[in-house]
Ligand binder design. Structure first.
Ligand code: 5GP
Ligand code: ZN
Length: 123
């Protein structure tokens, strides 16, 4: 897609700190991190928003989601469970969709936001 920032990152025309890549997906560090860990996972295929996806894209979306715990663990914010099952650490996964959803870059992306931050203890 011409003139799409994240397509250009996927095509390596614009630099980014890439932390994961396969045939379908790319993950890189957010340029303006909201927390100690802030990664973005994108499909290499251009979808403007999550609303451009349909049921046929469920496997791709599932792969994006399944990457989150793997990358979170790699970056030190994976959920830990004590012997009694008490969880600690953790991260948010977030897909903003459309203007009212707070989306700024119109190439589907999932945020992985982890580490101690102000919303801890909030919903
Ligand atoms: P949105 O609000 O669309 O869900 O989030 C867009 C995200 O992309 C923001 O967190 C923003 O910091 C990030 N971002 C915008 N431009 C760039 C860029 O050129 N490189 C990288 N790595 N992240 C970017
Ligand atoms: Zn794009």
């Amino acid at each position: 897609m011409d003139n799409c920032l994240f397509c250009k990152i996927a095509e390596k025309k614009i630099p980014a700190t890439i932390v994961y890549e396969d045939d379908e997906l790319l993950a890189f560090k957010d340029i303006n991190p909201a927390a100690p860990v802030h990664l973005l996972v994108i499909p290499k295929q251009h979808f403007a928003t999550l609303s451009a996806c349909t049921a046929e894209h469920a496997p791709l979306l599932g792969r994006m989601l399944a990457l989150a715990p793997k990358l979170a663990a790699e970056f030190g914010c994976g959920v830990q469970h004590a012997a009694d099952g008490t969880p600690s650490a953790g991260y948010k996964t977030l897909i903003n969709s459309g203007p009212d959803g707070g989306q700024e870059v119109y190439h589907l992306h999932m945020h992985i936001i982890g580490g101690p931050h102000p919303w801890r203890g909030q919903r």
